[in-house]
Write a protein that binds this ligand. Structure first.
Ligand SMILES: [Zn+2]
Length: 291
């Protein structure tokens, strides 16, 4: 990957579709709920982009992108998209895609072994967690065998935080418990793994201030600004991005729910300082990933 050729780095894009098989029953309804939440027409008709299509889309725009599936088999019943397959397609598109993987921490030692293999054999650079979709608090000891493997292999961790489109408006919220996604619990993980880069995804609504607090206090904690248009960022979030956290904030879209085109256009009009924009759009990500 030649980072100088990239215009920006998007730290948060999704590999959504299950591999080599049709969708599980209920999966289309789940995606339709997501599409309604994000007002994203692409998701409503079951035509989400494949990883290859995403690579082509981002290449056209010279945008590097961190991409991951989400392993929430246990909590949702939907088969996961194979980490190996995502990483293999990333390797074929390594001018654009940066592979992250996802393992449900409830897989314990089996998951820890998978993580080591993914880093060593597939060049995976980090792991995505979704506490609400995976049904756990980030500081639950159950997750520690996996965290230890990730930390020892030198990979990063990325946690969903705050409100989610997953299960939004569905009966019983599809069983998704929002409480797990309070970012304050990630502070404990940052204490136990102080040398591991930890990214908190989204503005953590309605716990935005808790998220800012953790990122300010722990040197290894970052925030990716995905999942929300910059038009709707809380004022305090923008203020921290412009000042105390200017070296901690990362551009992320949440593709395919939000396109980088829309995010970047709204960012252009939002109240960010000129000297901070290049940090958010590329330099902070470059430093975090050592690119
Ligand atoms: Zn996301």
């Amino acid at each position: 990957m030649n980072v100088d050729d990239l215009v920006v780095i998007d730290f948060h894009i999704h590999a959504e579709e299950p591999c080599c098989s049709g969708r599980d029953d209920g999966y289309s309804e789940f995606q339709a709920g997501m599409a309604a939440y994000f007002k994203n027409p692409a998701g409503a008709d079951g035509m989400l982009p494949s990883v290859q299509q995403s690579a082509a889309y981002f290449r056209e725009r010279k945008i590097g992108a961190v991409i991951f599936p989400v392993d929430a088999e246990r909590e949702t019943g939907f088969r996961r998209y194979s980490n190996e397959e995502v990483a293999t397609i990333c390797a074929e598109n390594d001018d654009i895609l940066i592979p992250f993987a996802s393992i449900d921490p409830a897989k314990g030692k089996l998951g820890a072994r998978e993580a080591r293999r993914l880093v060593r054999e597939f060049g995976v650079r980090g792991f995505k967690f979704h506490p609400t979709m995976q049904g756990f608090y980030p500081n639950d000891r159950m997750a520690y065998p996996l965290y230890e493997a990730i930390a020892e292999e030198g990979a990063a961790m990325l946690f969903h935080t705050g409100q989610t489109g997953v299960g939004s408006g569905m009966k019983g919220g599809m069983g998704m418990r929002l409480k797990y996604s309070n970012p304050v619990h990630i502070g404990d993980v940052a204490i136990d793994f102080p040398d591991t880069p930890i990214v908190m995804a989204h503005p953590s609504f309605p716990w935005t201030e808790e998220g800012l607090m953790v990122a300010q206090h722990k040197p290894n904690v970052y925030i990716d600004m995905s999942g929300w248009s910059p038009k709707y960022f809380p004022e305090i979030f923008v203020r921290y991005a412009n000042t105390l956290l200017k070296k901690k904030m990362l551009f992320g879209s949440d593709w395919p729910a939000i396109t980088p085109d829309r995010w970047l256009a709204d960012f252009e009009r939002a109240d960010f300082r000129d000297e901070v924009r290049p940090l958010i759009l590329k330099e902070n990500a470059r430093k975090l990933l050592g690119l």
